[in-house]
Design a protein around this ligand. Structure first.
Ligand code: CP
Ligand code: NVA
Length: 309
């Protein structure tokens, strides 16, 4: 069994195997309904326990369908109904119970430490469904979407991120190392990735550049990504932060600096970082992107269970 906590810790060849499996599975179930299982139902009888300390629509729904399509089932726990947060039950004891009752644990948390702690004590796989510092299932799925739409390996494409330096960007940076693609980041100077991330970029010598001018970051892009300026875990002066990002709003003018066939991706939910004209345009592939999470999460689950074909 394997955990899926951060892309940095997973070998590139395993990440590629997950994407290859997702492609095969997606193709093989074209005629099936959402709740019908894949041929062979490889996770028949398995229970995925999900817990969300923060809101979620897409991650919740896509994991629900993912495990169902593999023949298993899911149960969602509310953290405020557990002894863990109210009665002081330890993470170690909670993890022991989760491991005895379930077969995998998908966790969205407001505290990275909790992920590591659960990872230490669980004897079943843990999957990071978003933490303050990363969102690995989202980005792995986004690499899948990019390659599917562009019909090219992502290493041959120029990827841009225009927006906040947050959890989703951190995972995109990790992906740029694992899949070896060029990444241009456009953000205000005061909101660039933190020193730990800059050190990671330097250490891995990957092709990441940071621009304080959004036009420069958009130039020649095959894909432009963005995300909300204010994330769920942000403890900042919201008005001040939103003001600093005004020049970075993604509109038609900014998109015109990218390649003609550039696509726009956004993990959702959205805020003011992109206007409707772009978000609802043909270039925007956000709905397709959201649905692909089901397919990639199935292969992530199989990877965790040691059952990748
Ligand atoms: N993109 C994403 O993770 O969406 P949710 O927060 O709705 O799960
Ligand atoms: N960066 C966003 C992503 C939401 C899916 C957040 O953490 O709120």
């Amino acid at each position: 069994m394997k955990h899926f906590i951060n892309l940095e810790d997973i070998p590139a060849k395993d990440l590629r195997k997950i994407l290859i499996d997702a492609k095969k599975r997606k193709k093989a179930r074209k005629k099936l309904n959402n709740l019908e299982s894949d041929k062979g139902a490889p996770l028949r009888g398995k229970l995925l326990i999900q817990m969300f300390e923060k809101s979620s629509l897409r991650t919740r729904l896509s994991f629900y369908l993912a495990i169902k399509q593999l023949g298993g089932s899911t149960l969602t726990l509310r953290p405020d109904e557990l002894h863990l947060s109210k009665g002081g039950e330890s993470i170690e004891d909670t993890a022991k119970i989760l491991s005895n009752f379930g077969n995998a644990f998908m966790f969205r948390t407001g505290n990275d430490f909790m992920l590591e702690e659960f990872g230490k004590y669980l004897s079943i796989p843990i999957i990071n469904g978003l933490s303050p510092s990363s969102h690995p299932t989202q980005i792995l799925s986004d690499v899948f979407t990019v390659e599917e739409i562009k019909k090219k390996a992502i290493s041959k494409l120029s990827i841009s991120w225009i927006g906040d330096s947050n959890n989703v960007l951190n995972s995109l940076i990790a992906a740029s190392t694992k899949f070896s693609f060029k990444l241009k980041i456009g953000c205000p100077k005061n909101y660039q990735p933190d020193q730990k991330i800059i050190n990671y970029i330097k250490k891995k010598r990957n092709k990441v550049s940071i621009f304080y001018d959004p036009k420069k970051a958009a130039e020649g892009a095959d894909v432009i990504f963005s995300d909300k300026v204010i994330s769920m875990n942000d403890k900042v002066n919201k008005r001040k932060k939103l003001n600093s990002f005004k020049k970075f709003t993604i509109d038609k003018k900014l998109m015109s600096f990218a390649k003609k066939d550039c696509i726009f991706l956004h993990c959702l939910p959205r805020g003011s970082e992109v206007n409707d004209e772009v978000f609802l345009s043909k270039q925007s592939k956000v709905w397709h992107q959201a649905l692909n999470r089901v397919h990639v999460q199935k292969s992530i689950l199989l990877y965790c269970f040691g059952k990748l074909r």
